[in-house]
Design a protein around this ligand. Structure first.
Ligand SMILES: NC(=O)C1=CN([C@@H]2O[C@H](COP(=O)(O)OP(=O)(O)OC[C@H]3O[C@@H](n4cnc5c(N)ncnc54)[C@H](OP(=O)(O)O)[C@@H]3O)[C@@H](O)[C@H]2O)C=CC1
Ligand SMILES: O=C(O)[C@@H]1CCC=N1
Length: 281
């Protein structure tokens, strides 16, 4: 994983198409890192979301995609895969010629994005995740053949402002990236939910179980970034011989924990390919 290749230029104009959960996380992260809110425009049909983005970050929010993309250097496509084709069809004629398109949509290929945007576009696919909101994102990136080094630098500066980035050279690998890190925060939240529920079943008051489960997941995650020690070694340091952790880990492994995670990530990867096929309609 790398830090941003270069700092995000202060005068860059970014248009977000879609102002939902992931756009909000990215916008919040960018503003937190000093991006100029007045240079960020968001097209979002829901008035409540527009008002929230304006109030929280001071960005320009509008219902009109055409208005949002006018003069944009980068157009960040943050609508659901199922509506991307229609959204780009509406926008194609208004997209500035030189604008770099950055799609964060799961599954959709760079050639689909290019075709729906009218053709001849430079497209970067990016797969961020919601911890971008607090500058702790992880983003996988792929650049289409039409992109040059400056496009790659620009995309990495944008996503690198809200966390770590890693490029893949094969576009098909973006579905695996999505399954691992795009969806990944949900797996950790599910673990926190399950640990909290188990703590309650073992007799802890709900508020105590909640606090301990959340801080345990957060503390363990922080240790993974605090140094480069492998996760397996960090796990071994918790596991006293014949102790309580060993009993729990052996129970998880006997129940097929690794295979379960593997199947879940494969299911998410396959879903990406399905979303791409379905979007052709
Ligand atoms: N959530 C996540 O953790 C991640 C999501 N992504 C990707 O980000 C994209 C957005 O996901 P997410 O933020 O979760 O989805 P949301 O539904 O929260 O946000 C999408 C927003 O786009 C709006 N919208 C629909 N059509 C248009 C249009 N033509 N122009 C402008 N805005 C429009 C939607 O409005 P309405 O609801 O009224 O249709 C909605 O508010 C998806 O492609 C997803 O694959 C990528 C990485 C992580
Ligand atoms: O669930 C989804 O499809 C999106 C993509 C990755 C995270 N959320």
């Amino acid at each position: 994983m790398s830090e941003a290749a270069s700092a995000l230029p202060r005068d860059i104009r970014i248009a977000f198409i879609g102002g939902g959960n992931m756009a909000r996380a990215l916008i919040g992260g960018l503003c937190r890192r000093g991006a100029e809110p007045g240079r960020i425009r968001v097209a979002e049909p829901q008035a409540a979301l527009r008002e929230g983005l304006k109030a929280d970050f001071g960005v320009v929010a509008t219902a009109s995609g055409t208005e949002a993309v006018a003069d944009a250097d980068v157009v960040l496509l943050a609508v659901k895969p199922q509506v991307m084709r229609e959204a780009l069809g509406d926008l194609a004629a208004s997209l500035p010629d030189g604008a770099l398109l950055v799609s964060i949509a799961a599954g959709l290929t760079s050639s689909q994005i290019d075709r729906w945007a009218g053709g001849g576009r430079r497209v970067v696919r990016a797969m961020p995740n919601t911890p971008a909101l607090i500058g702790q994102g992880a983003t996988g990136l792929f650049a289409s053949a039409a992109c040059d080094e400056a496009d790659r630098d620009r995309a990495e500066a944008l996503l690198g402002a809200v966390g770590a980035c890693a490029w893949v050279e094969e576009e098909s690998q973006m579905d695996a990236v999505t399954a691992l890190s795009g969806s990944g925060p949900a797996y950790l939240f599910l673990l926190a939910e399950a640990m909290q529920a188990a703590g309650e079943r073992e007799g802890l008051p709900a508020d105590v179980a909640r606090r301990l489960a959340r801080q345990t997941v957060a503390g363990a995650a922080a240790m993974l970034v605090a140094d480069e020690t492998e996760a397996g070694e960090q796990r071994r340091r918790v596991t006293s011989p014949n102790g309580t952790t060993q009993a729990a880990v052996e129970s998880l492994q006997a129940d097929g924990f690794e295979a379960l995670v593997g199947r879940a990530i494969a299911a998410a990867r396959r879903r990406g390919a399905e979303l791409s096929a379905a979007a052709e309609g």
